[in-house]
Design a protein around this ligand. Structure first.
Ligand SMILES: [Fe+2]
Ligand SMILES: [Fe+2]
Length: 183
């Protein structure tokens, strides 16, 4: 029902959602009680569900997920350096979540998309919108502590890393991602 390239792409999304969930799950475990802990816990649970939706979607399309190595996020840390405080963690997450939602939007618009893939994307994107919102609000609240300029500079640094990693990924997997590339 789907091509090998599509199977690879959906497996890539699944792996990426699992990595996101594990990353935020560890954070949620170590944060002290408060609004960030609250939202981070929901966030990590959402990403775990997204990984499940892709697993289920692939199965319903008659295939198993592929086992892929490094997730996209791992390359982020290599390109941008490890975030050193909670503000930097939220900044890198904000950049990453924007990338995710844009990628899903492009994929959701592709011609001839299977309706099961489309409905999975639509379901996930609803959660991703909230991810972007809560992090934007949390970063805004941190302006008094870190300074708006520092936060903006941090986001900009991670945006550059994001562009590098995205371009590298696209170059490496050109034949698989085809029309799913963001211009
Ligand atoms: Fe997600
Ligand atoms: Fe997300």
């Amino acid at each position: 029902m789907i091509s090998e390239n599509e199977r690879w792409v959906l497996s890539f999304y699944r792996t990426s959602e699992i990595s996101g969930s594990l990353f935020f799950g560890r954070l949620a475990r170590s944060l002290k009680a408060g609004p960030i802990q609250h939202d981070m816990t929901k966030h990590y649970a959402d990403e775990a569900m997204h990984a499940w939706y892709w697993t289920d979607c692939l199965n319903k399309l008659g295939v198993e997920p592929l086992e892929l190595g490094n997730a996209y996020q791992d390359q982020y840390l290599a390109a941008a350096g490890m975030p050193v405080n909670i503000m930097e963690i939220l900044a890198i997450t904000q950049v990453f979540e924007r990338r995710v939602i844009n990628q899903y939007a492009v994929h959701g618009r592709t011609h001839g998309i299977h309706k099961l893939v489309k409905s999975t994307i639509d379901r996930i994107v609803e959660d991703e919108k909230w991810h972007i919102k809560w992090i934007r609000d949390a970063l805004k609240n941190m302006e008094s502590e870190y300074g708006k300029d520092t936060i903006d500079d941090t986001v900009e640094r991670f945006l550059q890393a994001d562009r590098e990693v995205y371009e590298k990924t696209v170059r490496e997997h050109q034949e698989r991602v085809g029309e799913l590339i963001l211009k």
